[in-house]
Design a protein around this ligand. Structure first.
Ligand code: ACK
Length: 222
């Protein structure tokens, strides 16, 4: 049993193929650069800088680390709650090393993170921990009432001093606002889709065409 425990990874997830990582990074960079130039964004600049007059270079503001992936279960080498049970789930064993196609349906930017929303298929949901949303309840109270898979995302960048776990929380926050009936402020139609502002520096771009990317279900140790 001890041996098994030492082999529980940092996290399980779908890892984007190297060939599509660049495409996703370029698309998000393009979005961030365009967002930076919009008058609507400049109007709310203080969300990011704390001061109205200050400028922000969004391209520099976010830093990307590690391989692009969509976490299914953060295990912390077995220390996270439910890590061992998850690692032993039949679905994890069955799908380990298999390829799937992830559908990215939105991009979002907050003063903390930039990420992509991943819309999971029924089959992909077999790998989704049933308590992933509920675990975020202390930070996003409405999270537990959101559908399974709502937290699924790819972290594309974090502001200085912000940890990647924040990206999924930022996404849940936006989805919780939508569920409460907050429509957000429609800002404009961009080439990639429609941009909405949800206050407090939260921007969501709903993609006209989802970005489909090949990914492999695996795990990360380090
Ligand atoms: O961007 P992410 O999904 O956010 O990918 C990284 C990955 O695990 C390695 O750090 C995610 N992560 C970190 N801590 C947690 C946590 N407590 N709950 C859920 N996901 C987490 C992080």
């Amino acid at each position: 049993v001890q041996l098994e425990e030492t082999f529980i990874p940092s996290y399980f997830g779908w890892f984007l193929f190297a060939s599509v990582q660049e495409k996703v990074k370029c698309t998000s960079m393009e979005f961030v650069k365009t967002l930076d130039t919009l008058d609507a964004f400049k109007k709310h600049l203080s969300d990011f800088t704390g001061k109205a007059e200050k400028e922000v270079d969004l391209e520099q503001y976010f830093e990307a680390k590690g391989p692009l992936h969509c976490t299914t279960k953060f295990c912390d080498y077995g220390k996270a709650e439910g890590a061992k049970d998850y690692a032993l789930t039949p679905a994890v064993k069955d799908f380990y090393g298999s390829t799937t196609e992830l559908s990215l349906t939105a991009l979002f930017v907050t003063p903390r993170t930039v990420g992509a929303r991943v819309s999971l298929t029924e089959e992909q949901l077999l790998l989704w921990p049933t308590d992933a949303e509920k675990e975020a309840e202390s930070v996003v109270p409405a999270a537990a009432s959101l559908p399974l898979g709502s937290r699924a995302h790819i972290t594309l960048g974090c502001a200085e001093g912000v940890k990647a776990v924040q990206t999924g929380l930022d996404l849940l926050e936006i989805l919780a606002l939508q569920k409460e009936g907050q429509q957000g402020e429609p800002v404009e139609e961009m080439e990639l889709g429609s941009l909405t502002y949800y206050g407090e520096g939260r921007w969501l771009l709903s993609l006209r065409e989802p970005i489909c990317t090949a990914a492999c279900f695996s795990s990360y140790y380090k």
